[in-house]
Design a protein around this ligand. Structure first.
Ligand SMILES: *[C@@H]1O[C@H](CO)[C@@H](O)[C@H](O)[C@H]1NC(C)=O
Ligand SMILES: *[C@@H]1O[C@H](CO)[C@@H](O)[C@H](O)[C@H]1NC(C)=O
Ligand SMILES: *[C@@H]1O[C@H](CO)[C@@H](O)[C@H](O)[C@H]1NC(C)=O
Ligand SMILES: *[C@@H]1O[C@H](CO)[C@@H](O)[C@H](O)[C@H]1NC(C)=O
Length: 454
């Protein structure tokens, strides 16, 4: 087989750990680089030591067309050569297909032997066209419980439990020697397709398993909990190890964002991080978001928000907020500025996310509360999670910290002999890159230990 040296390097880096006899060469230090967080790019010194970059996302439907037609529609959000230039020479650059809310193309592509072969061929064509070193499948989730679970019940996705590993095998065959990774859920209830029966087919087809050990509490829950604590992350990793996934294929997921949940009216949640009732966060009928929970990234604009400009004028076109000089103050029936920058008076405008500097707000002050959470939050040493309850806004916060990431390296990555770590996502840490830096340092520390053992 004739393969280019850069692809070979990738295949070796991905595959080395799979060989149990082979001492691990280099621990993986992976970042997702998503198209929504590109405003501030990391300086070159903080990307040093990143081994893999995953550009996100390519729409899963692009590859479900008959072979030959599937890859036309995909265009990377940034030129791949520009992406490579942001990282070490030799850093593997891949692309993630799918993501939250995008299951249709996978469902379509997985159905039959013909559709799987076509899908795989289209993915391979795209990988070749743009020179990607590996492909990441973010099917959230095969077998159900995705964003569309109220529209397409899990009972209509039972076949996917069988066809998912077959699709992965076809993709792996079509793209080799390029690597294949999958992003897998942390909540046991979402692991519908990760069954004892199919585990070896799934884990045999892929080189890396990215355990999304975050969002462990989500909008379908009823009570507070940590979203990415040490104990919960370890539990998620152990679930895949128990299914027989080799530890060397597993990457531990880290979240460069905090999550918040509005707690039940009048209930004191100051007593602890777990089990306090939250407001319904998802519409029980159609599964849509009720706006009572969300995520705030560790971006500069969130951690250290600039004050609103002082020379605001009343909006004439209903635009408002960050990036404008328009306020909704003075508009009789539209005095609130929504998180998306529009004046109005509905709960979506005045409730959670409402921009207080640009009009009136009636809901919790998420932005200001987040800044307070970064200062006031405390560590649950038992579960290994950072949390805070903002009494005045009745908001529960759950997030990760530099010391807790360090603890994850010791208690999870080292303890279980994992192949690496990954972060969602690079651009979300732009305040000071501190989470990325501690991740890179953790990988470096463990790589040294591994190589000095030899
Ligand atoms: C993906 O493409 C399909 C088909 O064109 C489209 O309906 C869907 O909205 C797209 N999904 C996303 C997340 O862009
Ligand atoms: C490919 O797409 C074109 C237009 O989008 C369509 O006319 C053609 O039938 C497709 N080819 C196959 C093999 O489906
Ligand atoms: C990257 O490394 C390869 C192989 O060592 C070398 O040939 C190439 O010139 C390097 N490229 C840059 C931009 O340093
Ligand atoms: C939340 O409460 C609803 C209604 O009581 C229930 O159907 C659902 O299963 C609960 N969700 C969780 C995660 O406990």
């Amino acid at each position: 087989m004739k393969i280019s040296s850069s692809v070979l390097a990738g295949a070796v880096a991905l595959g080395a750990a799979a060989d149990a006899k082979c001492a691990q060469q280099q621990m993986r230090n992976i970042v997702y680089f998503d198209q929504y967080h590109t405003a501030i790019l990391p300086p070159r010194e903080v990307t040093t030591g990143i081994t893999h970059v995953v550009m996100a996302f390519a729409n899963s439907s692009l590859f479900a067309a008959p072979a030959g037609n599937g890859s036309k529609g995909y265009e990377p959000f940034m030129d791949v050569s520009k992406v490579r230039a942001m990282f070490d020479n030799g850093t593997q650059v891949g692309v993630a297909i799918g993501g939250w809310g995008d299951t249709a193309g996978f469902s379509e592509g997985a159905k039959t032997e013909t559709s799987r072969k076509n899908y795989a061929k289209n993915v391979a064509t795209m990988a070749t066209k743009f020179g990607f070193d590996f492909i990441d499948c973010d099917w959230e989730y095969p077998g159900g419980n995705g964003a569309d679970y109220k529209q397409i019940p899990n009972s209509q996705k039972v076949d996917e439990i069988t066809t998912f590993p077959l699709l992965l095998q076809e993709i792996k065959t079509a793209i080799q020697p390029r690597g294949l990774s999958i992003a897998v859920p942390a909540k046991a209830g979402d692991m519908i397709a990760y069954t004892a029966e199919h585990a070896s087919a799934i884990f045999g087809a892929v080189d890396m398993v990215n355990v999304m050990s975050y969002d462990i509490i989500n909008r379908r829950d009823n009570a507070t909990a940590h979203h990415t604590d040490v104990v919960g992350s370890l539990r998620a990793v152990d679930a895949y190890l128990a299914l027989g996934c080799p530890a060397a294929k597993v990457n531990l997921g880290l979240a460069f964002y905090a999550k918040y949940f509005q707690t039940a009216k009048g209930v004191d949640c100051s007593g602890g991080p777990v089990g306090c009732p939250i407001l319904p966060a998802e519409n029980a009928t159609d599964g849509s978001d009720l706006g009572t929970s969300g995520a705030i990234t560790f971006e500069l604009a969130n951690v250290s928000p600039p004050p609103p400009p002082s020379n605001l004028t009343t909006s004439k076109d209903s635009s408002c907020g960050k990036g404008t000089f328009n306020t909704c103050s003075g508009l009789a029936d539209a005095g609130c500025c929504s998180q998306y920058g529009f004046c109005g008076a509905t709960p979506a405008h005045c409730g959670a996310g409402c921009q207080a500097g640009f009009g009136t707000c009636t809901g919790p002050q998420i932005g200001a509360s987040f800044v307070s959470a970064l200062k006031e939050s405390k560590t649950d040493e038992v579960l290994g999670g950072q949390w805070w309850w903002d009494a005045s806004n009745e908001l529960f916060w759950t997030l990760d910290t530099v010391p807790l990431i360090q603890r994850k390296f010791k208690d999870i990555v080292a303890a279980r002999g994992l192949g690496g770590v990954f972060a969602w996502s690079l651009g979300e840490d732009s305040y000071d890159w501190s989470h990325l830096k501690v991740m890179t340092a953790g990988v470096k520390g463990l790589s040294k230990k591994t190589s000095s053992k030899k």
